[in-house]
Design a protein around this ligand. Structure first.
Ligand SMILES: [Fe+2]
Length: 276
């Protein structure tokens, strides 16, 4: 929350890499001030280069290759080549225009469900890995982990997954079993890296130990898993669901930033720096 222009100027002249400012809570017009900020901050006021159609096409590509990669899932084969391709299309779409990517994925989430959620999370995770300066191979692996993180959901009946009303205890238990189901399924198929298995099994863990399935604490949760958790929730908050409207990026960021017991704050800040 910023009270005065002086505060903002002091921050801009500090060595801070990322800052997260709440426009709603601040008492000054942050957007206008940032537009007048020095060139170093030009990114904040830049205009997207890609068109919505390009982003749209990249996402359609990603969905098609993801479906192909997962086609043999039940009979016992994941096509990792296709999965990697799908993650790469998602990554390119985020890189080209993060804001557009968000807009387009938000619009489509309603009818394409889990597929689009996974693609959205994969693209954002890979972009975060780039920001954290991970090497290329790791960036790609993190993207594939994003595509596969909710694999267990595809093995749960749609009637339960998309049920509009309140879930009973059994249904809730089934939905909450998806990380373990996905993990066991991939483990059985073989040829899936430990990082991908961890991300799938642990992406609903929370830093304070209140998550599931294992109730792990912060020190037991690695960065790849933390990145997935952050974007999994961010994507859910900013998407339309049968029971809620889509939150804005700023609302989702503020909500998550206020919960350091659940989410890695450094990652939430970095997430904020991905959007204007
Ligand atoms: Fe999940």
């Amino acid at each position: 929350m910023l009270d005065s222009e002086e505060d903002l100027r002091a921050i801009l002249h500090s060595s801070a890499v990322d800052i997260l400012v709440s426009r709603q809570k601040s008492r000054i017009d942050v957007t206008a001030l940032l537009q007048r900020a020095p060139p170093r901050y030009a990114k904040l006021a830049s205009v997207d280069k890609s068109s919505p159609t390009e982003t749209d096409e990249a996402l359609d590509d990603a969905i098609i290759t993801m479906r192909q990669g997962l086609a043999g899932m039940v009979s016992g084969k994941l096509d990792m080549e296709q999965i990697a391709q799908s993650a790469a299309s998602a990554r390119r779409a985020v890189e080209a225009a993060p804001d557009l990517f968000m807009q387009v994925t938000r619009l489509k989430t309603k009818d394409k469900g889990t597929y689009l959620h996974s693609i959205s999370v994969a693209g954002l995770m890979a972009q975060m890995a780039v920001l954290l300066e991970f090497d290329e191979d790791l960036v790609d692996e993190i993207g594939r982990a994003g595509i596969l993180h909710d694999l267990g959901k595809l093995l749960i009946p749609n009637a339960i997954l998309n049920k509009p009303g309140k879930l009973n205890a059994t249904e809730m238990r089934m939905i909450r079993s998806h990380p373990e189901i996905g993990y066991r399924h991939m483990k059985k198929l073989g040829g899936v890296s430990n990082l991908i298995l961890d991300v799938c099994r642990l992406h609903h863990e929370a830093l304070d130990g209140s998550g599931y399935p294992l109730g792990l604490k912060a020190e037991q949760i690695n960065t790849a898993v933390r990145i997935c958790t952050v974007f999994d929730v961010f994507d859910a908050l900013t998407s339309v669901r049968s029971y809620k409207k889509a939150w804005s990026t700023a609302e989702a960021l503020t909500w998550m930033y206020d919960k350091p017991n659940l989410f890695d704050r450094k990652l939430v800040l970095r997430l904020g720096s991905m959007f204007r």
